[in-house]
Design a protein around this ligand. Structure first.
Ligand code: NDP
Length: 453
């Protein structure tokens, strides 16, 4: 890194101690931006980098709630309003016990570039809580969501900040959050995305992140004269993104063979077909069970538990062609990346946010595989959230084909933008540089236009 970028990163680390994920996300982006700053000193003079790493606003609040036994609990709520240069803050809410300020700042930072890539007018934000919905009853989840929204509603609005779902926040939680917002504000607006279909939601929003990620992978393959047909695909996670990734892989003729959760993974060498995928949807979305139950039902499948402290994850040591990490951050380390490459994987498309460590990414780049970072590959989710906002503003609903078609066009245009930027700045084929640079330029130019704010 140049001495200037080194000093920016050192300052980020000093100002934001104990936030390793945020440091990692910043490092990955600014390494790519060195190429831009060489050609465009105006960004340096206006201190765009120093400003873009500093959230516009951080909100931290208490979320007290009462469980079914009458016991009082206190969680912490967050909303990071990172950058509004090109539109209202936009980004999901995550409910997971691991949530902390640094993780949400990394996610909000990534979101700024991702949202810019979608071609839609959305700034970047992220929020959530260290609340764990797992094992809670519906009424406990509802009381938590109501308490969370009682504070959050002061800070959001359809032209200010529009949250959506993320890990632990699906259709159920968005419903409870929206209901409380409407009750407190006495207005029915598109303040959240991922809403139910009969109260302002968009068709294809649940599918969008997974479908978009596979569309992106298909674009990378097509650019190299290949397609997904008969390709063996590893998918991690078994939530929203993983399920619809597997569905689109099946649509395009590929063969998904794995799913996981935080306890372990299943490998089904026969392939996870549509009937098995429907079972996973029921298991995870309705029964809220564990992925190990898949191997109880389908005897040909093998379940392996995962030890989070181990040097590598056996899921990434399965022989395959393509990998779609769709669970969480840093789920692929250097050793996992080496295992993937050694086993013949030549496409990695990230459905999750920052699932690969920096040295893992380097392994993919060194081996010149087709590697799509999350901020490009998983932008389909927020893109369709943007389309949901547009439909809400116009008070109309587009049919499924229209939304899917728009999603497909957006993913193709993100792919093109990454390819063009990587070529223009002298690193053809490097989607990391392509995504970071293309996402950055639009936001940076808007910041220049808007003065020092
Ligand atoms: P879900 O809550 O629906 O599913 C998350 C899945 O990942 C679950 O299978 C979960 O297992 C697993 N998981 C979560 N945390 C861990 C962990 N620490 N270790 C291992 N497995 C874990 O979330 P989504 O599918 O919505 O999100 C998955 C990823 O995709 C996240 O990185 C998210 O930020 C990203 N993403 C999501 C978008 C969306 O539209 N939903 C948009 C763009 C990115 P378990 O049940 O055991 O917790």
């Amino acid at each position: 890194m140049t001495p200037y970028m080194n000093s920016v990163l050192a300052e980020v680390k000093a100002k934001n101690p104990a936030e390793p994920e945020f440091h990692q996300a910043v490092q990955e982006v600014i390494e790519s931006l060195e190429l831009v700053l060489e050609k465009h000193p105006e960004y340096r003079i206006a201190k765009i980098i120093e400003r873009i790493v500093e959230p516009e606003r951080v909100i931290i609040f208490r979320v007290p709630w009462v469980d079914d036994e009458g016991e009082v609990h206190v969680n912490r709520g967050f909303r990071i309003e990172m950058n509004s240069a090109i539109g209202p803050y936009k980004g999901g809410l995550r409910f997971h016990p691991s949530v902390n300020l640094g993780i949400l700042k990394f996610l909000a930072f990534e979101q700024v570039f991702k949202n810019s890539l979608t071609t839609l007018p959305m700034g970047g934000g992220k929020g959530g809580s260290d609340f764990d919905p797992k094992g809670k009853t519906d009424s406990e989840v509802m009381r938590f969501c109501q308490s969370f929204m009682t504070e959050l509603q002061r800070h959001i609005g359809p032209n200010t900040d529009v949250p959506a779902g993320d890990i632990g926040v699906g259709a159920r939680e968005i419903g409870f959050l929206f209901g409380q917002y409407k009750r407190l504000r006495n207005e029915f607006t598109g303040v959240l995305t991922g809403k139910g279909l009969n109260w302002g939601g968009s068709l294809i929003r649940p599918e969008a992140t997974g479908y978009g990620c596979v569309y992106f992978a298909a674009e990378m393959l097509a650019a190299n004269g290949k397609d997904l047909k008969d390709k063996i695909c590893l998918v991690s996670g078994s939530g929203n993104v993983a399920q619809y990734t597997a569905e689109k892989i099946l649509d395009l003729g590929g063969k998904p063979v794995t799913f996981s959760d935080s306890n372990g993974f299943i490998f089904d060498g026969d392939g996870i077909n549509r009937e098995k995928l429907e079972f996973v949807k029921y298991l995870k979305n309705v029964k809220r069970g564990r992925i190990s139950e898949y191997a109880d039902k389908y005897r040909g499948a093998v379940y392996t538990s995962i030890n989070p402290g181990a040097a590598s994850n056996p899921l990434w040591d399965v022989k395959a062609d393509c990998a779609f990490p769709s669970a969480t951050q840093n789920e692929i380390n250097k050793k996992d990346a080496e295992n993937l490459v050694r086993n013949g994987v030549y496409v990695v498309a990230e459905g999750a946010n920052m699932p690969t460590t920096i040295d893992g990414v380097q392994v993919f780049l060194d081996n010149k595989i087709l590697y799509a970072p999350g901020k490009a590959a998983n932008a389909g989710g927020v893109a369709v959230s943007g389309l949901e906002m547009a439909q809400n503003s116009m008070r109309i609903n587009w049919p499924r084909e229209e939304v899917d078609n728009r999603l497909h066009i957006i993913m193709k245009s993100i792919h093109r933008a990454c390819v063009d930027a990587s070529e223009r700045f002298g690193t053809p084929g490097n989607y990391v540089n392509g995504a970071n640079i293309a996402g950055f330029l639009k936001v940076a130019d808007a910041m220049l236009d808007q003065g020092v704010v």
